[in-house]
Write a new protein. Structure first.
Length: 348
């Protein structure tokens, strides 16, 4: 039994069954027993793109530097990362982008990170750079900003609803007879108008709406770009996609609360619709393979292999993992948001 389970059971006993979104938040973010607070070595349970190859963060850094120049090289400007994990992507990005004249002097790194353990790890890895931490993006001081996020949106808590004979009802987490947790149906619920159903199920992340409102607000006052990379379908609503991972394997999301990573697909269709409603220009979603290919990942891989021939085979395998449609190349998508009228960024 995980230490979080009795606390979730007690909360349900006191308040009744909880929405899936609240269950996800408790499992991921409980400051004592939550997943992110207790697992600084994140890549034991999943390996993200920046953890796979340094080329990923480097190309994103060069992308950011390109867009910074496109924005007129503002100094200072905020380079904001949402959910930086162990800080690997930002470290690789800054190392690559510092070759662009003026970038290193202008950049103020702003990290949006919930986990104190991960904040410490990020600070250590970004030693030498001007780094500030914030809990939410609205707290980052105003000014031009480039926002980067990889595998951040998929850990937002999702509400789920199921179509029944008498309308939509919320999926909830309740108690199983004899101990443990089970899914059940709660009261009637009205899903937001703009969420599409998939096979009698709908799923939506309220935090996604809030994030897009924040970004739209920021981009109305100052120039900026947001590059969001995550997984999910480009052309249909996700439906029920809540999944749990432990040690690389998919497990029951209710079995070990706090001990496994919980994720849900990103609804890119809705993301783009909401961004446009907020007055932003949107680019993509494009498949990760296309995005990285256009940024020159093949050439970057060759350079890395040439610099260290003993690792050439490994470098090729890492890049294949990022780009093969059967691995991360197809499932992962990149989308860019910008103030209305921005020109198409590289990769799209
Ligand atoms: N981007 C990293 C890590 C992805 S894991 C990578 O690609 O390797 C998700 C990250 O987002 C973790 O750092 C987690 O602590 C953070 N996070 C998740 N939800 C958050 C929230 N609501 N506010 C701030 N940080 C959050």
């Amino acid at each position: 039994m995980t230490p979080l389970l009795p606390r979730i059971e007690a909360a349900i006993r006191a308040n009744g069954p909880m929405p899936v979104s609240l269950y996800m938040l408790m499992c991921l973010h409980d400051p004592q027993h939550g997943y992110y607070a207790t697992r600084p070595a994140l890549n034991a349970d999943f390996t993200t793109a920046p953890e796979t190859s340094q080329a990923f963060g480097e190309l994103l850094g060069l992308w950011a530097a390109h867009e910074w120049r496109e924005m007129g090289s503002p100094s200072p400007f905020h380079l904001i990362e949402l959910g930086p994990g162990r800080g690997v992507m930002m470290a690789d990005a800054l190392r690559a982008a510092r070759s662009v004249p003026g970038f290193a002097e202008a950049v103020r790194v702003a990290l949006i990170e919930a986990s104190p353990v991960l904040r410490a790890e990020q600070l250590r890895r970004l030693n030498g750079w001007s780094v500030s931490f914030f809990t939410v993006i609205d707290d980052v001081p105003s000014g031009p900003a480039i926002i980067l996020a990889n595998e951040f949106l998929d850990c937002m808590g999702v509400h789920q609803a199921v179509r029944t004979a008498d309308g939509w009802r919320e999926r909830q987490v309740g108690l199983r007879d004899g101990g443990g947790l089970r899914f059940g149906l709660g009261p009637p619920v009205v899903p937001p108008d703009d969420v599409a159903a998939s096979g009698g199920e709908v799923e939506w992340a309220p935090a996604l709406e809030a994030l897009l409102v924040s970004i739209a607000h920021r981009f109305r006052a100052h120039d900026g770009r947001a590059l969001l990379i995550d997984y999910g379908p480009a052309d249909h609503a996700p439906g029920d996609t809540l999944r749990a991972f432990r040690a690389g394997a998919q497990v029951d999301p209710l079995a070990e609360p706090g001990a496994c990573d919980l994720t849900a697909d990103v609804d890119f269709g809705r993301l783009v619709r909401l961004a446009r409603l907020g007055g932003m220009s949107t680019f993509g979603p494009v498949r990760q393979v296309d995005f990285l290919a256009r940024l020159g990942i093949a050439e970057r891989g060759q350079a890395l292999a040439a610099a260290n021939p003993a690792r050439a085979g490994q470098v090729a395998a890492e890049i294949a993992r990022l780009t093969d449609p059967g691995q991360m190349g197809e499932r992962f998508k990149a989308v860019c948001l910008a103030p209305d009228g921005a020109s198409t960024p590289p990769g799209f």
